[in-house]
Design a protein around this ligand. Structure first.
Ligand code: AMP
Length: 112
């Protein structure tokens, strides 16, 4: 299934990019919930966290490293949230794996 993020990755839909290499893209979320709200995604089509296979684990690790370096670059190392919604019951709306990197304000404990 082609998602909005596939279109952003292949360049047919615009997005504000904050990081890109051959394997990973990070963009600004169009509906930010905090001053910093980025979406970090693999260029490889993976539906959700539950679909991650053992051969994808290096990619997941690299996504975490991208989150760390964006946290340094955007000065939120004192506190940020890195999360993914896996599946419709968790509120996933775009079925291409992505981590939300959220920070830049004091975050409350409401996760659900
Ligand atoms: P989720 O609900 O966890 O699947 O997250 C999807 C996120 O993608 C939401 O926070 C949306 O605001 C965001 N989003 C949807 N379309 C776009 C887009 N074209 N550019 C940037 N972010 C988007």
């Amino acid at each position: 299934m082609t998602t909005i993020f596939d279109k952003i990755i292949n360049g047919t839909l615009p997005a504000e990019k904050v990081f890109e290499n051959e394997r990973i893209l990070a963009i600004k979320d169009i509906h930010p919930v905090a001053p910093i709200h980025f979406l970090i995604m693999p260029k490889k089509s993976i539906r959700d966290l539950q679909s991650v296979k053992s051969e994808d684990l290096a990619l997941i690790g690299e996504m975490v490293q991208v989150a760390q370096s964006l946290a340094v670059k955007y000065d939120i190392v004192d506190g940020y949230r890195l999360l993914t919604n896996s599946g419709p019951e968790a509120g996933q709306s775009v079925f291409h794996l992505h981590f939300h990197l959220i920070g830049g304000r004091r975050l409350t404990h409401e996760l659900g």
